[in-house]
Design a protein around this ligand. Structure first.
Ligand code: SF4
Ligand code: SF4
Length: 178
């Protein structure tokens, strides 16, 4: 009983003496216990320093999209493996390369391609209607891979801003000029 009382008294006494002879840091010596620190003022100042460093000295990454376009480094012309918007290709004579074989429509897992084939006066097949519902497309690139005529490709275009669902149905002219 006496021992228990004695040790309790010692410990109490040590906490007030400020000596630290036992080698342990006491709470009142810890800078994190100070009112200055516990008001988060040092952390707020540290955060503001980081913010100001970015505002004043770092290059800007934001652009006023969609008025301003941003060209990702490496996207000028090509970006191997990137799947952006589709383009229907033309041959050297400026004719559409697509022969409306429906391979891309068949292979498309999202069922978002709709083609209606026709024949010109020479009997050559071409798509009278070629539509892609870009809202359903998952940009897998299967259409490009399946095409036997190299008539469709996925470009690096990723500016896909529109204000209505109808605009996301890309027709033949849009795809040819993409
Ligand atoms: S990229 Fe894939 S989902 Fe999109 S149209 Fe082509 S095949 Fe269909
Ligand atoms: S697979 Fe090629 S040629 Fe056949 S319909 Fe599609 S784009 Fe046209």
């Amino acid at each position: 009983m006496q021992n228990q009382h004695g040790s309790s008294h010692d410990s109490h006494g040590a906490s007030h003496s400020g000596g630290g002879h036992d080698g342990h840091e006491r709470p009142q010596d810890d800078p994190r216990e100070s009112l200055w620190y516990r008001c988060y003022i040092p952390e707020i100042i540290r955060g503001l320093k980081v913010t100001m460093k970015h505002i004043l000295f770092r290059p800007r990454f934001t652009v006023k999209y969609p008025e301003e376009k941003y060209n990702c480094p490496g996207f000028e012309g090509s970006a191997p493996g990137y799947h952006g918007e589709h383009r229907l290709k033309k041959d050297e004579q400026g004719r559409i390369k697509c022969v409306a074989c429906l391979m891309c429509q068949t292979v498309c897992p999202a069922k978002c391609i709709e083609i209606e084939g026709g024949e010109d006066e020479k009997g050559a097949k071409y798509p009278v209607k070629f539509e892609i519902n870009m809202l359903r497309c998952i940009y897998c690139g299967f259409c490009e891979e399946a095409c036997p005529k190299d008539a469709i490709e996925l470009t690096t275009k990723y500016y896909q801003v529109s204000t209505s669902r109808e605009e996301k149905i890309y027709g033949k002219e849009r795809l040819l000029n993409n």
